[in-house]
Ligand binder design. Structure first.
Ligand code: ATP
Ligand code: MG
Length: 782
């Protein structure tokens, strides 16, 4: 070997280097945020290649997002001083499994050009099946079934493997039958859903040992990032691929082969709580699974590529403190039992954090130490202490957004790049306020890992109603909601409307008015159409008589739209309802409906430019693995963060996952972490006084500085809101010497716990109800 080690090795510390250079056998890197785990993986690939241990096509490297895969590919090019030709197996679990499935589609009764269904297609298909079975989809929504099926697939369960008791909870015992019917339908349509990509892989590997063996031979090196967030299906898939081709040595693995379902069921049971978890477009998700490099491999498999026993060279990296997808079926246990699954594994721990300054790291470590269920680890940095983590109380969410906007502009003036600034929110509805603010300021921003607020399906639906009221000739809007919620006005009716409209050159609403006077439609759709038009007439008449926010509430209510989501039992329904409320709230800032819609068209028009220097806005969930110089963390309030759903859960698991999320948030920051909370937030149309997040109590005082919002009307302070006026919300501290939130805890203690359901935004168990309209607070205490 050459005396001078290549630069990609000398740029590592001894532990990292050990993880990179241990090429034979299983390796687990279990280490905290910013310790260079991802760097280790990238360097390891470089090392494997430059040592000639494998060709690019013999390396399987799994990342959590496609973005991460692209980045890894690019860094690899830098390390090796050239672009890596043919590095085809670098991507997300879904992308890679999709690619394998295309090669062997016929083994899953598919053609290699099968379609990957998106969530909407999936729902539509399930609705048809519910209809065919005569199941009322109001009582048993298709979305709920989609959620169940998704949960089963995340756990690696085919229809015959779903525990019957569990399948029975849907549709009066018909859940299992529907799952079977759904899978059959998919085959007829030559389609697969996201979950199938992995599940069909697993099935093929199990039923066709020869195929499995080929891949076991091919993938001489397997690397996995963010291993703590793998779900059961991903785990089973990896474990199959990571076995030595033959013979099967571990009794555990042999057992799995002879009794495939028993093993899975056992694992499945633990994941029961997450059976309802959706991987649809809910909050905080980064289902980044475009199958961009999923074309069939030109040279599918080495026919005679036996090279003796392939060692199980699997290297997984992860951090139990960053496991944040439990609600979607991820199993942190996967990482904790790695050395059990891969005997003889070398476990490497990394302790030096290269990302964050001293204060940031200390704050994050102190916070996560409040979790009980963790391995525990030390993290140190040799960086300067830097700026303390700041905690700023704002009067309300609008001021929070204004304040953050101002700070960002200051950063900008000081020469900071917008690309190095991120706002990480807990719930997607929080983005709205920031997006609006940035549009007003003309500050470029991009939303990562999901649609922008006003582009979300539920927001577009609600806007469509308002657009029709504002302009009855808005055909696109009318068509969007004519049958949402379902009112029996399906494709045939819409087609008829279109024909009429085209013939007479009138808008759809006008065509509809003409049609209901004829007998072209059957009585039932005609009745619904008449009702819908009557509703629009009523709403239009109210338009100038009542505030536009009230009108919006009435429309969402009377149209049945809100109810549609209320009845929806899928996990993302609650987030959508939150978004709808936020929409109504956002309208307050405009004088009338027209002004509001005009603003929306401006917001929608903005292209989130690709390479433009822009602030990133995203959920904490999508921020995993990323880093920024400056990170803003707004909305640290009880009920929002930790989220109410986690607080309502039994036991500590939900709360601990929220705390890990907070930890992920803080550790994204290199130089500045800025936490915010608002003392008032508008929930359910009325102002609620909030309780600062318990996580604030858990921050170490010596590493944190308490600031007051620049907006002036800060919490309990200079804005003229004297303590006396807030007699009943004493918890926010009337003096700065005792940070307000430190006292909030005692209030929580008195309140008797926050796990009671119905305790919204921390309001449930308190001495006095605090959900009082803004004006009334003064009266009741004055
Ligand atoms: P996370 O848990 O958040 O995913 P990670 O453990 O994957 O973090 P990396 O993203 O690999 O950490 O590394 C964090 C930062 O530290 C990166 O900017 C990386 O380039 C840098 N870094 C890692 N190791 C070293 C090193 N030995 N010398 C200098 N910089 C390093
Ligand atoms: Mg990483």
């Amino acid at each position: 070997r050459a005396a001078a080690a290549p630069q990609y090795l000398t740029a590592l510390n001894p532990e990292q280097r050990e993880a990179v250079e241990t090429l034979d056998g299983p390796v687990l890197v279990l280490a905290g945020a910013g310790t260079g785990k991802t760097r280790v993986l990238t360097s390891r690939i470089a090392h494997i290649l430059s040592e000639g241990r494998a060709r690019p096509s013999e390396i399987l490297s799994v990342t959590f997002t496609n973005k991460a895969a692209r980045e890894m590919k690019q860094r690899l090019g830098v390390m090796l001083g050239q672009t890596v030709e043919g590095m085809p197996w670098l991507g997300t679990f879904h992308a890679i499994a999709g690619r394998i499935l295309r090669v062997h589609a016929e083994l899953a009764q598919l053609k290699s050009n099968f379609t990957v269904l998106d969530v909407d297609d999936q729902i539509r298909l399930l609705k048809q099946l519910l209809q065919a079975e005569g199941i009322d989809d109001k009582r048993w929504p298709a979305r709920m079934l989609a959620g169940l099926i998704d949960g089963w697939k995340n756990r690696g369960l085919t229809p015959s493997q779903v525990p019957s008791g569990e399948a029975a909870i849907f549709g009066n015992g018909k859940g299992g039958k529907l799952y079977t019917a759904y899978q059959e339908r998919l085959k007829i349509l030559n389609a697969a859903d996201f979950g199938d990509l992995l599940l069909e892989n697993i099935r093929i590997f199990r039923e066709h040992p020869d195929v499995l063996r080929q891949y076991q031979h091919r993938f001489r090196y397997i690397l996995v990032d963010e291993y703590q967030d793998t779900n059961v299906a991903q785990y089973l898939w990896l474990r199959l691929l990571a076995q030595a081709p033959s013979p099967l040595t571990s009794p555990r693995l042999r057992g799995e082969h002879s009794r495939p379902s028993a093993d899975v069921l056992e694992e499945g049971r633990r994941g029961e709580a997450t059976a309802l978890a959706r991987s649809a477009s809910g909050e905080g998700q980064n289902l980044d699974i475009s199958l961009e490099d999923s074309a069939p491999h030109p040279n599918p498999l080495p026919v005679n590529g036996e090279r003796g026993q392939t060692p199980k060279n699997i290297c997984c990296v992860g951090d139990d403190d960053q496991s944040i997808y439990g609600w979607r079926g991820a199993e942190v246990d996967n990482i904790l039992r790695f050395d059990h699954d891969f005997p003889g594994a070398k476990v490497v721990r990394l302790e030096r954090n290269y990302r964050s300054t001293g204060h940031i790291l200390a704050t994050a470590s102190h916070l996560i130490a409040h979790n009980e269920g963790r391995l525990g680890k030390t993290l140190r940095t040799e960086d300067v202490d830097g700026e303390k983590v700041s905690v700023t109380g704002a009067w309300d969410s609008e001021e929070e957004a204004r304040s953050i906007g101002e700070e960002i502009e200051q950063f900008q003036r000081a020469g900071e790049k917008l690309n190095e600034i991120a706002i990480l929110v807990r719930a997607s509805f929080q983005m709205r306020e920031f997006e609006d603010r940035f549009v007003t300021l003309g500050l470029p921003y991009r939303v990562i890992g999901g649609p922008r607020f006003y582009e979300r399906a539920e927001i577009r639906d609600a806007l469509a109603y308002l657009r029709v009221i504002n302009s009855p000739a808005d055909d696109l809007a009318f068509e969007r909601i004519v049958n949402v919620p379902k009112r029996g006005l399906g494709d045939a009716t819409v087609q008829l409307l279109h024909d009429h409209a085209r013939k007479r050159r009138v808008p759809l609403t006008e065509a509809a008015r003409a049609i209901i006077e004829t007998d072209e439609l059957k009585p039932k759709p005609r009745g619904s159409l008449r009702d819908l038009l009557a509703s629009f007439d009523r709403w239009s008449a109210q338009r100038d008589a009542i505030p536009h926010t009230e009108l919006a509430e009435i429309v969402l209510d009377e149209s049945g739209y809100t109810e549609m989501w209320q009845k929806d039992r899928s996990a993302d329904a609650a987030g959508r309802l939150e978004n709808l409320k936020e929409l109504v709230r956002s309208m307050e800032e405009f004088e009338n409906l027209h002004g509001f819609l005009e603003h929306i068209s401006l917001v929608m028009d903005r292209e989130g430019g690709g390479d433009e220097d822009a602030v990133s806005v995203m959920t904490l969930h999508s921020a995993k693995g990323l880093e920024f110089d400056n990170v803003f963390l707004p909305g640290w309030e009880e009920g929002l963060f930790p989220h109410q759903r986690a607080l309502d859960e039994q036991g500590r698991a939900g709360l601990e996952e929220e705390r890990r999320l907070a930890h992920v948030g803080i550790t994204r920051a290199r130089r500045r972490a800025k936490i915010y909370f608002a003392t008032n937030r508008r929930i359910h149309g009325s102002w609620s006084t909030t309780i600062p997040s318990r996580f604030l109590d858990e921050l170490p005082a010596e590493h944190v500085e308490i600031l007051e919002s620049k907006g002036g009307a800060g919490w309990g302070g200079a804005g003229g809101y004297g303590a006396s006026r807030f007699d009943n919300i004493e918890s926010f501290g009337s003096s700065y010497s005792t940070p307000g939130w430190q006292r909030a805890q005692s209030n929580r203690g008195r309140g008797g716990g926050f796990n009671e359901s119905g305790a919204r935004y921390g309001g449930g168990g308190r001495r006095k109800p605090l959900t009082i309209e803004g004006e009334l607070i003064a009266k009741s205490t004055g």
